[in-house]
Design a binder for this molecule. Sequence first.
Ligand code: HSE
Length: 427
Amino acid sequence: MAKDITIGFLGCGNVGSGVWRLLEGFGADIEHRAGLRFNVKKVLVRSLTKARDIQFPDGVLTVNPDDVLNDPEIQIVVEFLGGEEPAYSLMLRALNAGKTVVTANKVAFALHWHELQKAAKTHGAGLYYEAAVCGAIPIIHSLEESLQANRIDKIYGIVNGTTNYILTRMSKNNEDYETVLRDAQQLGLAEPDPAADVEGLDAAYKLSILASLAFHGRVPFEDVYIEGITHVSAEDIRCGQELGYTLKLLAIGKRDGMNVETRVHPTFIRSDHPLANVSGSFNAVYLHGHACKEMMFLGRGAGDMPTASAIVSDLERAATTCQHKYPTFVNELNPKVALHNNTDWQCPFYIRVSAQDEPGVLSRIAKCFADECVSIAAVQQKGEQHNGRVTLVVITHIASEKAMQRAISALDSQIATLESIIRVEQE
Ligand code: HSE
């Protein structure tokens, strides 16, 4: 005899429709295998009259959140609204009413994880969020359960498919950023307003969640350094390729004792690194644990069915768990013992400058670097002279972020102006 689980949806866009279709098409398998029958009783939508691909049975759609949150039969609430509000307040209400919440919402989750977890624990409700990071890739469950016997010291993610698609096309076809972004928007791969993706925010929300789990301490979103891909040029990608590097928007988390650094920025990685071959809209997470060593997860990080795959798996987990589990670190706004946010990380740098082409210029640039103890590993002059200026590419040895920034600000614009600065990961 199958167990009936009554659920409600908050929102029903692309991902919600994917979950509906997955439950419809695969529900019999789940019933047969797990003995569970999920019945979607209520779906909160903005408009009852909007044309939809799915034919919902009469009475399922509602514009009143109370129909989902106040219905005692609804045990699990699945949130698809996205963004901070009203998603956060509605999830909190569901948890306070003792209902388990399954969400794909990295924004509300990254910003209010502590409050949501507190409400869930207080009311014995479950809180599941596999779909919030990297869509179908089971990275949350792996960090929460399968990799618990590890001290993870490094985590690198390509966690945003839109930017990975753009950078892959720029790298493979030598196209410029604006052209590829426009194409990606026409193909529906980038949002009409692409800011959250291309400015790195989406990746930063996900990194805040991943780093908190990997490092067993709350890494607030505000602590993540964020730089997007809007200033990336095809010229830098080409120069990097000549040096054996591939450019990726990496979400980087590192832990050393109580020091943690978390940053999202365009990064040059060796072209033979497994992450360099993660192309198009694919996502990947590469990590290192003291026992498991190196490990990489690869898969689809967005889209209706890949995200539905994570949500429906969470539904099954929620429905078969007698006592819900929560991450064990102190998940509070101001914990007594907190990880220290290190903003002066160390790495090699790629610097491109436009410099006067005359004697002594190189030594003056080198002096600015030397004064800050930044050691130069290689210098290349690129192309021909234009208006008395040439392009110089400098690769440094490992240097401190702050020292590098001071060295750059000390450059005299009469002799050299900064065109770009890109961090390099030597992993
Ligand atoms: N917009 C995200 C991406 C997917 O491009 O990967 C949702 O997090």
